[in-house]
Design a binder for this molecule. Sequence first.
Ligand SMILES: [Zn+2]
Length: 308
Amino acid sequence: MLPFKLIYDDRYDLNLGAHVFPSQKYRMIHDKLLADGIATPDDFIAPQAASDEDVLRVHTQDYVHKLKTGTLSHDEILRLEVPYSKKLIEACWLAAGGSILAGQRALSEGYACNIGGGFHHACTDHGEGFCVIHDVAVAILRLQSDGAIERAMVVDTDVHQGNGTAEIFGGDASVFTLSIHQEHNYPFLKPPSTVDINLADGTKDDDYLAILEKHLHTAFEHFAPQIIFYVAGADPYREDQLGGLALTMDGLRQRDALVFDYARRNGAPVATTFAGGYARRVADTVTIHVGTILAARDAAIQGALRSK
Ligand SMILES: [Zn+2]
């Protein structure tokens, strides 16, 4: 049994078939957590879909209308890079609801993990790069609207820069955005995050961890978040098909531990979402995401021990 909740729904699977985005990974993570005895069925809770009101705090009326009525243009669908369907829209609204719930649970319990979400390329008026709506932004603006928080930090370790996050929160001093990513990779236009860490191709574990630690240290000197949304991409992995960094599984686990450690030492709850992961073997992507949950578990147990 885990010391925090996992948010999951079978409908997170976008049913994309033979697509480079393995959206069956959500179900595989769920199944592996149970099969390996890491989680029990009681650890999982199901989200409700985000409301349109929640989504409209982030996205334009025009874009949301097109999504709901299936009236995106051909070019807009091409930019999404996933086929449009009613099921896709249902899955995205549900994932956004999952990130809201992860935020709420993290505030009350210290940690929570949405086994989905992290759609950090979605912008206010369009979607791109497999990302339709920005679940993390929807969650942050909902928590702010409820008066549950004022300040949030987004720590994004996906190999691709969080351009949607940067665009949505650019000019919003209440949300600190940190993205550590491969410089020479998608998206080619990178609107500025609060902190962008542009890494060279082939960056390995030791260099990655040192530079991440340095920037986390500085970030927490300048900003005191009441919640962290951790966008834990699996695609900095050296075997990733869409990434050009060279982290090992062990390095990725240390990365997660570092983020949770900084959060714990600064007293900030963490809502984790998963973003990309395109390893040649889908099982590797699943193992990396499960590793993030194990790192959260270790941090939660350590935090509880220290507070006794
Ligand atoms: Zn990515």
